[in-house]
Design a protein around this ligand. Structure first.
Ligand code: SAM
Ligand code: SF4
Length: 328
């Protein structure tokens, strides 16, 4: 097997697969006006059979981890079947989801039975009113119940994503740390990223994760090593805490050097970078099991176009108007 590798000798073990663009939340930094179909109907997103072929092709080229994302992936009625299909693919040992937590309490036991190995839940604030203001949904307690349900269902840890925003949640570190002191939660602060639609919000609220990093180190937190199919977070641990803290800092100069992931949109386009230009269409090669060799070749060839870094520092956000269509 030839491992997917780009021109900068980066190897790709991790696929982030969006299964829908649809979302029922209206996060200020993502879909402030809610989901708008823009000419695409639900039925046009990748089918279960297409997801099976796509995952098989990536697995044949060395992908070991698949993250299901969106939009809100759990809004797909066949979401549990999607998990089972991806988990059954030879070579795929890790199947994760990133979810807003809306369906978590009700569905998590079934997802686990289907083969889901890891869960990331978005939770930007521990204050129910602020949570409502950021997400447009008064569902703080429902999402919290989902996190508890995931731990009860047997997940040893749950990752919780919080987008770090100046003047909103940037002074909440103490409260977040108290929350994870006795809970096996990896709390991850994601730096706000600039998207095509989010320029004004970015200028108002972007804050470097460095502020959090300095505070963690001052309090005795220590950086932990990173595995080859792990995400981009710098993870810190502390002997007095059951939980961990992760920092995702895409504006750090070295961020892209450790890139190990590729993305496929819910319409079947391969995106080499979250902030790249138009994706490479794969859908015409997902119609039949007999196209696997051609599909693998197109994926491998496309990697030659992967750039060394994103161009966010130059204010170029690529075609990414918001992160809901490519899954963050
Ligand atoms: N709906 C799911 C959720 O919210 O978890 C999955 C999709 S969402 C696009 C994936 C992740 O991207 C979430 O953790 C969200 O907070 C993050 N995200 C969205 N827009 C962002 C932005 N402009 N900057 C940083 N993170 C962002
Ligand atoms: Fe929906 Fe997730 Fe975007 Fe929030 S971040 S609007 S939950 S896709």
């Amino acid at each position: 097997m030839t491992q997917l590798t780009d021109a900068f000798a980066r190897r790709f073990y991790y696929l982030r697969l969006s299964v829908t663009d649809v979302c029922n939340f209206r996060c200020t930094y993502c879909l402030p006006d809610g989901y708008r179909p823009q000419g695409v109907t639900n039925k046009q997103f990748l089918t279960l059979a297409e997801i099976r072929r796509l995952t098989a092709a990536f697995a044949a080229a060395g992908t070991e981890k698949v993250r299901l994302t969106g939009g809100e992936p759990s809004l797909r009625r066949d979401f549990t079947d999607i998990i089972a299909t991806v988990a059954a693919t030879p070579g795929i040992s890790r199947v994760a989801v990133t979810t807003n937590g809306y369906r978590l309490a009700r569905e998590v036991a079934g997802w686990r039975d289907a083969g889901l190995t890891a869960i990331n839940v978005s939770m930007d604030s521990l204050d129910p009113r602020q949570f409502h203001a950021i997400t447009g949904q008064d569902r703080f307690h429902q999402v919290m119940a989902g996190i508890d349900a995931a731990l009860d269902a047997g997940y040893a840890t749950v990752k919780v994503n919080a987008v770090l925003m100046r003047d909103l949640n940037d002074r909440s570190l103490a409260r977040f740390l108290a929350w994870i002191k006795t809970r096996p939660i990896q709390l991850r602060f994601i730096e706000l990223m600039e998207t095509g639609e989010g320029g004004a919000l970015f200028r108002r609220h972007h804050l470097s994760g460095e502020v959090i990093r300095r505070e963690l180190i001052a309090q005795g937190w220590q950086l932990k090593p990173r595995g080859r199919s792990d995400g981009p977070a710098q993870v810190f641990g502390h002997p007095d805490y059951q939980g961990e803290v992760g920092l995702i800092m895409p504006y750090e100069p070295s961020f892209c050097a450790s890139c190990n992931r590729l993305r496929v949109s819910a319409l079947g386009n391969l995106h080499l970078c979250l902030f790249g230009e138009a994706g490479v269409p794969l859908r015409d090669l997902l119609a039949d099991d007999g196209q696997q060799a051609a599909l693998q070749a197109r994926i491998a060839d496309s990697l030659g176009q992967k750039k060394q870094t994103h161009f966010l520092h130059q204010g170029q956000t690529g075609i990414t108007q918001n992160l809901s269509f490519i899954g963050g």
